[in-house]
Design a protein around this ligand. Structure first.
Ligand SMILES: Cc1cc2nc3c(=O)[nH]c(=O)nc-3n(C[C@H](O)[C@H](O)[C@H](O)COP(=O)(O)O)c2cc1C
Length: 242
C-alpha cells in the first residue's frame, strides 16, 4: 500500500463517527446503497462462506415500526435498572440510510465442526459461531467505512439481539426463520455536528511478542472503568474525557 492510499484510508477511518440522530430530509440514492454494500461484498469471511445478507429499508413506516421495538427495549432496560447508558432509539426513525444486517447461523457448518455431539464438537461449534460473527462484522465494518467515505455519519445498532425482538421484527421484513438479525446500520447526514470519541492510546492496546503485563486488568479495575468512564466515552467528545 502506498503512503498516499494509507493516508486516504485513515482519513476515512478517523472520520467514521457515530451519531444517534440524523437529518431525515436528505434521501439516500440507491446508487449509494450499492456503493456501500459493494464494499461489504469484498469482505473476508471464514471459509469464504460470506454468511451475510443485507436488507435495505427505504420504507419510512417500516423504520418507524422497527424503532418502536427499540423504544420498548429502552423502556424495559430502564425498568430492569440495567444501568447501561441506553441511547434514545427514536433516532433510528430519523436515519435516511437504514440497512438490516442478517446472518444464517447454519453457515457454522462451513467451519471446522465434528457434528457428533461430543464435548470437542461443542468447543469447535463455539469457535465456529465466533468465526461467523467475525465474518459478518468484517463485512459490516467495510460497509460503515464506505458510508463514511461517502461523507455520511453512521450508527451501528445491536440492541435487538434478544429472541423476542427478533421474533417481532423478522416477519415485518419477511426475514426467514433460519436467519438472525445481527444489527442495523444507520447512516446519513447528522442532525447536529458529530464529535470524535475517546480512543485508547496505541501502547494501551498493543504488545510486542509477549503480552505486556502492565496492560493486564483486574476485575475491580474493569468495574471501576464501567462505573466512572463508560458513560463519558460513549457520549462525550474525546476532548472532554480525562
Ligand atoms: C458491535 C457494536 C455494537 C454496537 N451497538 C450499539 C447499540 O446497540 N446502540 C448504540 O447506540 N450504539 C452501538 N454501537 C456504537 C458504539 O457505541 C460506538 O461505536 C462507540 O461508542 C464508539 O464511538 P464511535 O463509533 O464514534 O467511534 C455499537 C458498536 C459496535 C461496533
Amino acid at each position: 500500500m502506498t503512503p498516499t492510499s494509507y493516508d486516504a484510508l485513515m482519513e476515512v477511518v478517523r472520520n467514521r463517527m457515530t451519531v444517534r440522530a440524523f437529518d431525515p430530509s436528505v434521501p439516500i440514492p440507491r446508487e449509494h446503497y450499492e456503493l456501500i454494500l459493494e464494499a461489504a461484498r469484498h469482505a473476508p469471511s471464514g471459509a469464504n462462506a460470506q454468511p451475510w445478507h443485507f436488507i435495505v429499508v427505504e420504507d419510512q413506516s417500516l423504520k418507524d415500526r422497527i424503532m418502536a421495538y427499540f423504544r420498548e427495549e429502552q423502556v424495559a432496560r430502564a425498568k430492569l435498572k440495567m444501568k447501561f447508558p441506553t441511547p434514545d432509539y427514536r433516532g433510528l426513525a430519523t436515519a435516511p440510510g437504514f440497512i438490516v444486517v442478517a446472518s444464517d447461523f447454519r453457515w457454522v457448518r462451513a467451519f471446522p465442526v465434528l457434528n457428533d455431539g461430543s464435548e470437542l464438537d461443542r468447543m469447535y461449534k463455539e469457535n465456529a459461531e465466533r468465526i461467523l460473527l467475525q465474518s459478518v462484522a468484517a463485512a459490516t465494518m467495510s460497509a460503515h467505512l464506505a458510508a463514511a467515505a461517502l461523507g455520511y455519519n453512521v450508527w451501528w445498532v445491536t440492541a435487538i439481539g434478544q429472541e423476542k425482538a427478533q421474533a417481532a421484527m423478522k416477519p415485518l421484513l419477511g426475514i426467514p426463520e433460519e436467519l438472525s438479525v445481527l444489527d442495523i446500520m444507520c447512516f446519513g447526514p447528522p442532525a447536529k455536528a458529530p464529535y470524535k470519541r475517546w480512543k485508547k492510546r496505541l501502547e494501551e492496546i498493543v504488545s510486542w511478542n509477549r503480552f505486556d503485563p502492565a496492560q493486564a486488568k483486574t476485575e475491580a479495575q474493569i468495574d471501576e472503568w464501567i462505573a466512572t468512564q463508560r458513560q463519558k466515552v460513549m457520549y462525550k467528545d474525546e476532548k472532554n474525557v480525562d
